[in-house]
Design a protein around this ligand. Structure first.
Ligand SMILES: NC(=O)c1ccc[n+]([C@@H]2O[C@H](COP(=O)([O-])OP(=O)(O)OC[C@H]3O[C@@H](n4cnc5c(N)ncnc54)[C@H](OP(=O)(O)O)[C@@H]3O)[C@@H](O)[C@H]2O)c1
Length: 326
């Protein structure tokens, strides 16, 4: 019996409730700015689906939004529900929705905020079926990390076969997939990680893993065709000299990377974009074990504020995921 069957038969909360929990940002600030509120269950309009969210993964964007760092980019009306990816079960489809039924297991990147809630209304076209082999916690860990890593690898305007790629922040959610995609494309992969994560990154397939706290990168000067920056800050400043003459630096952490590029160096910033067919294909690869997705920690809904803070201050390799059924 799969999760949706179990829920339909055994869990009375599978029936839509009039209210549910939402983790909402009340004002820009620290972890205390987030509160668990009771909110009314929304109705799905045309083309929309009401999903009972059962798991959602933590992202760096959560605390960046919480602190107000991105208030000029993400215009949020407060209080606002945070969370950008989830897995759950279809409760109700809105007018015009085809191909989805009550009870279907689904996963998605929202392309915006609102996943930390029991009842989510989302565009039907953003939903991907959750492979039977994956639990909802496992599914929720995939969309943002895997799709962002996919786009980063695609950003190179040259084939990666035989090229040298350096991935900064390889132990994180995005980094874990980026290492695997770069290896699959035939690259020689250098990766940076902290001491406790070195073995993990090596096991993902990186050819040379560098402890960013205790080792330098000088031996790579002029040697790297593609730098993938998942960290930002001074990591970028130290990376320009590592690039080969035609090399490219792609950052997902520093929107100003292009303007920081010295004369003759190329740097581009990249944002994750929804691509449901690609996400469906990647989810299948995770389900078969062809791709590894790493979960650092599973927390409860109520633990989300401290988990979001741990994403900011450092955590074990992989993703922190909230299991809403705990
Ligand atoms: N532009 C977009 O669309 C987009 C999409 C997704 C994510 N992001 C951003 O991209 C970044 C990475 O995301 P993520 O989900 O992979 O984050 P994550 O899971 O928190 O991973 C970040 C990793 O960076 C490592 N790290 C920290 N400082 C480092 C340094 N100086 N050198 C090398 N590694 C370092 C950390 O390792 P240790 O803890 O071991 O130090 C951690 O493993 C975040 O800033 C996130 O907000 C942007």
């Amino acid at each position: 019996m799969n999760t949706s069957d179990t829920l339909k038969r055994a869990d009375p909360t599978f029936e839509p409730q009039t209210h549910g929990r939402a983790l909402r940002l009340q004002a820009y600030g620290g972890p205390e700015s987030l509160t668990v509120d009771r909110v009314p269950t929304p109705e799905p309009g045309p083309g929309k689906v009401l999903v009972k969210v059962t798991a959602a993964a933590v992202n760096g964007l959560d605390w960046k939004i919480r602190e107000g760092n991105l208030r000029n980019i993400f215009k949020l009306e407060l209080p606002a529900t945070l969370g950008i990816e989830m897995a759950g079960i279809v409760l109700q489809t809105g007018p015009g929705v085809t191909g989805l039924m009550r009870g279907d297991r689904v996963m998605a990147a929202l392309g915006g905020c609102g996943a930390y809630t029991d009842h989510l209304v989302i565009d039907a076209e953003k939903l991907v079926p959750t492979p039977a082999e994956l639990s909802d916690v496992e599914a929720a860990a995939v969309p943002v990390a895997a799709m962002t890593a996919w786009h980063v690898i695609q950003a190179a305007d040259f084939g990666l076969s035989g090229r040298r790629v350096l991935i900064h922040g390889a132990a994180g959610g995005v980094g874990g997939f980026a290492v695997q995609f770069a290896k699959a494309a035939g690259a020689f992969v250098y990766a940076t990680a902290s001491t406790t994560s070195l073995a993990h990154v090596r096991a993902l397939g990186a050819d040379e893993v560098i402890d960013y706290r205790h080792q330098t990168l000088e031996h790579l000067a002029g040697h790297i065709d593609l730098v993938i920056d998942l960290v930002g800050g001074e990591v970028i400043d130290r990376s320009w000299m590592l690039l080969s003459p035609e090399g490219l630096l792609v950052s997902i952490a520093a929107p100003d990377v292009a303007s920081r590029a010295p004369q003759g160096r190329r740097g581009v910033f990249l944002s994750n974009k929804p691509d449901t067919p690609r996400l469906a294909a990647i989810a299948q690869q995770v389900a078969t074990g062809a791709l590894r997705s790493t979960i650092a920690e599973v927390v409860s809904f109520e633990d989300l504020p401290s988990a979001i803070e741990r994403n900011r201050t450092g955590h074990a390799p992989g993703k922190i995921v909230a299991d809403f059924t705990l």
